[in-house]
Ligand binder design. Structure first.
Ligand SMILES: Nc1nc2c(ncn2[C@@H]2O[C@H](COP(=O)(O)OP(=O)(O)OP(=O)(O)O)[C@@H](O)[C@H]2O)c(=O)[nH]1
Ligand SMILES: [Mg+2]
Length: 397
């Protein structure tokens, strides 16, 4: 499970990353602050299975029944129009995000940066242009991957050393794209029936655009909402995209203040409380008051919602809890609900075993659903919140 941050230069990707991972990275109000990618860990928030059983347990990942599940996140350099032709830093760095399962496209919704990412007065740039060009650059990146090997691919098909599906899948294997996805898309676009030698450049673009949308879904984080004078623009973007309203800078401030014990704040909440009024200086009070007014405008800062939305709504992942003792809901050491795993919807009990250890899946005999105490088979489809014990003839490791 891997989230990639994508977007124009200077829109707040690194601010979002820094807030989400609570790590300090360079942030600056000019384009191309980030060149080398930042990789870190953030958390999705979900209801812990302990709630179902009505138990309480000591686990730093469970806060009063709210479970935190780690997710890898990567922040890369920004894009400008023509990146695929080498403008700005080019689009090679998209390679850094190639393994992402889902992308959060950070947009400067307040229009405080021009198309090149240079600061401009709020509201003077139309963010819809950014949504469009970034999507186009993303598609062009896919197109180039296929185009640069197209003649070679045609030769392989001619010499029967590869089928069209095999040839395309190989070019996209670095992006984690599977042969069934390529095959489905060839059928969906009708291109399965057209000889590859007769594909036009437009056919290739149409094919990769659809393949990209399917395999690298995008959620838009409408960032800098605190500076946005007219949030109705978000409704326009919502017509064709998943969108979460966001103020990464507010979230960053809240996380820092919370770490310094100045406030009590749970990421994703719509409010915070000041721990001790007498310990904060007037400057800190002013900054916190500003964040309070932002929250009154957009409810939550949107950073946690965007991460949750990307994983649970866009990707439709579920959370499953593997245990070694289904009566105590624990591992061998007695730790209750020690592990939570994010799996694609439709995952089976055997696939869960495979995520723990290949040997557990190899020797898979059956599993036990700790909620119903029933025995389930390897092809049993898991549900969100399931607590599962795997019985295998081979132990892990
Ligand atoms: N008001 C406001 N400013 C923000 C917000 N998020 C980021 N910024 C500011 O926007 C500027 C750019 O932030 P970065 O996080 O460096 O942007 P980036 O997209 O990583 O930029 P590059 O790495 O250069 O592509 C900084 O001055 C941030 O403080 C926000 O939600 N609200
Ligand atoms: Mg950056």
């Amino acid at each position: 499970m891997f989230i990639g941050l994508l977007g124009k230069a200077n829109v707040g990707k690194s601010t979002f990353f820094s807030a989400a991972t609570e790590t300090a990275v360079p942030i600056g109000n000019y384009p191309f602050t980030t060149i080398e990618p930042n990789v870190g860990v953030t958390y999705v928030k979900t209801k812990c299975a302990c709630k179902h059983f009505g138990i309480s347990h000591q686990n730093p990942m469970c806060l009063d029944g709210v479970r935190l599940v780690p997710v890898k996140i990567i922040d890369v350099a920004g894009l400008v129009p023509g990146a695929h032709e080498g403008k700005g830093l080019g689009n090679r760095f998209l390679d850094d995000a190639r393994q992402a399962d889902v992308l959060i496209h950070v947009v400067d919704i307040a229009g405080t940066t021009d198309i090149q990412g240079q600061p401009v007065p709020a509201g003077t740039h139309n963010p819809l242009e950014d949504v469009e060009f970034v999507e186009n650059e993303f598609n062009q990146w896919f197109k180039q991957i296929l185009m640069r090997e197209w003649q070679k691919l045609l030769k392989e098909i001619l010499q029967k050393t590869a089928t069209l599906v095999e040839g395309i899948t190989r070019r996209f294997s670095g992006l984690g794209i599977k042969d069934y996805q390529v095959s489905d898309m060839l059928k969906e676009t009708g291109l399965a029936a057209k000889k590859p030698t007769e594909w036009s450049e437009d056919d290739i673009l149409q094919f990769v655009t659809k393949l990209r949308k399917k395999t690298k879904p995008v959620l838009i984080a409408a960032n800098k909402a605190d500076l946005c004078k007219d949030l109705s623009i978000i409704e326009k973007i919502k017509k064709e995209n998943h969108v979460v309203t966001c103020s990464a800078e507010s979230e960053l401030l809240l996380r820092k203040a919370s770490k310094a014990n100045l406030i009590k704040y749970v990421p994703g909440d719509s409010s915070f409380t000041i721990s001790n009024e007498s310990t904060i200086n007037p400057q800190q009070k002013q900054a916190l008051d500003l964040v309070k007014s932002v929250m009154a405008k957009i409810q939550t800062t949107g950073v946690q919602s965007a991460i949750n939305y990307a994983v649970f709504d866009v990707l439709k992942f579920i959370t499953v809890y593997p245990v070694e003792d289904e009566t105590k809901l624990s591992n061998k050491d007695g730790v209750v609900l020690p592990d939570a795993r994010l799996l694609p919807v439709g995952s089976t009990a055997k696939e869960l075993a495979g995520t723990i250890h290949a040997d557990l899946a190899k020797g898979f005999l059956h599993a036990i659903d700790a909620k119903t105490k029933q025995r389930i088979s390897g092809d049993h489809i898991l549900k969100d919140g399931d607590v599962i014990k795997i019985i295998s003839s081979m132990s892990r490791g």
